[in-house]
Design a protein around this ligand. Structure first.
Ligand code: GCO
Ligand code: MN
Ligand code: MN
Length: 403
């Protein structure tokens, strides 16, 4: 059982759509069609060590389900929740599979599609609240274009912001204990998706009236598809008080969304991701994930991966277990790395603590600074000779990771 630096037990969560994925791709048929909408998967997730799960409306019932069919599916889900004690920590809406969403949901130029999309999302917000979910994720997979002249790009962003703000305002008006997590992705299925990165999403959130309950749900592979550093993105989101939830998985650089097991892609970056989530930043500015970093979060280590299409049902559970095992291995090694006195020495050599000190002195105004301190006062030769020992510090991390 892994714990974070404060001794809090680390809890795992999986999307129901991950293990139940039927494993069809654009080039081949579904190799595991028998797994669709199987609620027994929740019992198995609990058995392999998951504490919680997440789901889209369409993971439970089809979009065209009658009220009776929908209610029966919800009752069946509640039965498994009651029997197993598995927690529903997050819900989300499928606004990407139905053909009505071919040109977007919140950003469709067709107003009926937008109103349908909004209504579908709000119905899922209600269901999530009923089941006790404290996070509502919005991944706008179809919110984008293939061609830059397809939409009025100003209005597309305005309608996206309106849609998110409306959902946030509804959550507040209903008094739900729930935060929104926007999930950025650069492309796939659209040629270009709006809000392609963590930074883009934070910028839009800052324009909202109800942005205080809107944060991020960054996914490892999505940032890496855009050649971005996932760990840095998490740090920025935590710094801005905006990390609501996470989607962990594995990716080998800028390709299609590979959705591999966490740590089966860029393992080195996964190590530093776990180090940040479990141990926070070395000077304590960023608290371990689940602690107080601004927006409220339940802190689940949530996996959004796909068991490879090559796998039979046995392989589905091998891969689900592998996510938890990879996290636990990396967590253990990150803790050893942090606790090693040699690491602390190397942090000193790297001037780590000095970065926590404000650059201006207490009470020093920028005008005083300019008046009293001249560029010529500095010994640039001495500064150029400062030793940081960063290669040795990195080698120290690798000794713990693979030593
Ligand atoms: C993807 C996304 C999705 C979302 C999910 C939750 O690339 O397909 O990662 O899996 O996370 O729809 O909103
Ligand atoms: Mn994804
Ligand atoms: Mn995801």
């Amino acid at each position: 059982m892994a714990t974070d630096i404060n001794g809090n037990e680390i809890k795992y969560s999986f999307g129901l759509w991950t293990v139940n994925w039927e494993a069809g791709d654009p080039f081949g048929n579904q190799t595991r069609a028998f797994m669709a909408r199987d609620l027994d998967s929740l019992r198995k997730l609990k058995d392999i060590g998951a504490d919680a799960f997440t789901f889209h409306d369409a993971d439970l019932f089809p979009d065209d389900a009658t009220d009776e069919e929908r209610n029966a599916a919800i009752d069946a889900l509640k039965k498994v929740i009651n029997e197993t004690g598995i927690v529903c920590e997050m819900v989300t809406t499928n606004t990407f599979s139905g053909n009505q969403f071919k040109d977007g949901a919140f950003t469709s130029s067709n107003r009926d599609v937008r109103r349908y999309g909004l209504r579908k999302v709000l119905r899922q917000v209600d269901l999530g609240a009923e089941l006790g979910a404290t996070t509502f994720v919005m991944w706008g997979g179809r919110e984008g274009v293939e061609y830059d002249n397809s939409k009025d790009l100003y209005d597309a962003h305005a309608r996206y912001a309106e849609g998110i703000d409306t959902v946030a305002s509804y959550i507040k008006q209903k008094g739900y204990d729930m935060r929104i997590g926007l999930e950025p992705k650069p492309n796939e299925p659209r040629g270009d998706i709006f809000l392609p990165s963590i930074g883009h999403a934070i910028a839009l959130i800052n324009t909202l009236d109800n942005g205080d309950i809107v944060g991020l749900n960054p996914e490892t592979g999505h940032e890496q598809m855009a050649c971005l550093n996932y760990t840095h993105g998490l740090a920025l989101a935590m710094y801005c008080g905006k990390l609501a939830h996470i989607d962990l998985n594995g990716q080998h650089g800028p390709k299609y969304d590979q959705d591999m097991v966490f740590g089966h892609g860029d393992m080195l970056q996964a190590f530093f991701t776990v180090d940040l989530l479990d141990n926070g930043s070395p000077n304590g500015g960023i608290k371990p994930y689940g602690g107080d970093n601004g927006i409220k979060t339940a802190g689940y280590r949530h996996f959004d991966y796909k068991p490879s299409r090559t796998e039979t049902e046995a392989g589905v559970w091998d891969s689900a277990r592998a996510n938890i095992e990879m996290y636990e291995l990396l967590s253990k090694k990150a803790k050893e790395y942090r606790n090693d006195p040699k690491t602390q020495e190397l942090f000193k050599r790297a001037h780590m603590a000095e970065l926590a000190e404000p650059t201006l002195a207490p009470g020093e105004s920028v005008l005083d600074f300019v008046k009293n301190v001249q560029v010529s006062d500095f010994d640039t030769k001495a500064m150029a000779d400062v030793d940081f020992g960063l290669v040795e510090l990195h080698q120290q991390a690798l000794r713990h990771l693979i030593g």
